[in-house]
Design a protein around this ligand. Sequence first.
Ligand SMILES: *Cc1c(COP(=O)(O)O)cnc(C)c1O
Length: 473
Amino acid sequence: MTRPSSQKHHEALLAFARAISDRVDAGAVSRRVAPAAARAQVEKRFNLETGAPPGAVLRQVEDVLRRFAVQVTHRRYFGLYNPSVLPESVAAAALVAAYNPQEAAYTHAPGAIEMERAALGHLASLVGYGESSWDGHFTSGGQEANLTAAAVALNHAFPSWREQGLRSLDGQPTLYLAGGGHHSFAKAARVAGLGDAGLRWIPLDDGYRMDPGALAAQIAEDRRAGHRPFLVVGTAGTTATGAIDPLPAVADIAEAEGLWFHCDAAWGGGALLSPQLRGHLDGIARADSVTWDAHKWLSTPLGAGAFLCRHPLAAGRAFGIESGYMPPAGTGGADPYQSSLQWSRRGAGVPVLAALATRGAGGYAALIEHQAELGASLRRRLRAARFAIVNDTPLPVVCFRPDEEGTRGVDGPDLADLYRHVEDSGRGWLSTVRLGDGTRALRACITSYRTTEADLEELVSLVVDAARVVDGR
Ligand SMILES: *Cc1c(COP(=O)(O)O)cnc(C)c1O
């Protein structure tokens, strides 16, 4: 049973999280900060030599967090995939920070590790992995999960990699990614030792999705040149346009070629929580591994990505190590440091478990579907205001620009001015994006579960105003 005293501090933590949300929503989404202003303020406010009472320090910390940041948890932040955070996940993150469980070795924190495993198992079952044929761990984010995929795939394809490295290979190991894929793979390719030369960006079709014919042709060409293809990445929800690569076709090619198939569903994975949207990710169950960031569409604090894998032993084969100083393995479960890149590991997935257990399947589906419906509504509103929608996705990310008619330039500096006008208002935030065909557009993504129709109305009136001002000059 929960003792009354801890019940009280849990209530206080939840109230704290809600109060911050209210405070953020009541203020500006962003304020333009002069270069170097944040650093000057930090230097002025904190004296690391003398010290100060913690209450005074925390007041300054919060003030700096509020003043010198785009408020990504604001209801009218329509930006990159930075979520509003569910109160129970914020409260759980505070508990994790306070208890500071060390999850490197199973025997040190079996409770926290099993809480994370329960959350991961839920995600794995939504991907379509069998109950006892998956493995996974939380990562710092999609970048680490994608790097993990590259390492695991390398080890799978080239058993000499682990002991002798890439120099033992007789050709350039090569990975394939659609032109709309995430640039974390460019960094992963460098860190994994492939270099930029080991990464092929595959051309897109009209919908900014991977062109499977081009993928097959590139693999064939690389084989003829003596390269060593080993990994194909399909993206479920690209950053720019929310495009979903044709996963079944990509899976077919990977299978026929004997290549590891990784699905980067860092943001789009959230659609699996919705019975209405799930079908758009058909084929993901065939992926050998999946990247899925809880800290995006699952609305939990940053630092909670996930790597999921259909082969229970594959990550352990890539990362397993003999140290001589770690505690002996427990009988209950494997040691996370033996099957992942991190060593010391904080309980970044515990807030995810708290959110899943609070909302339940139905609650999460409602959260996701609410945002998808707002995306559809935003598209309708923008069309009615004579903007052209230039991407096509069931996910709530909308790329648009003024209709040719009635506007001078639709590209370049005018678009940047339009963006800045919205940003300077403090009443909304969206981004600009370069599309696969090189043209630019404005991009608005529903990232907050608290966003309402009234917020969409305000955003559209902001961009209409901005277009008028830019056009009238
Ligand atoms: C955000 C994102 C990433 C990178 O994830 P981080 O959590 O920012 O490291 C990778 N792939 C896709 C498709 C993304 O949306």
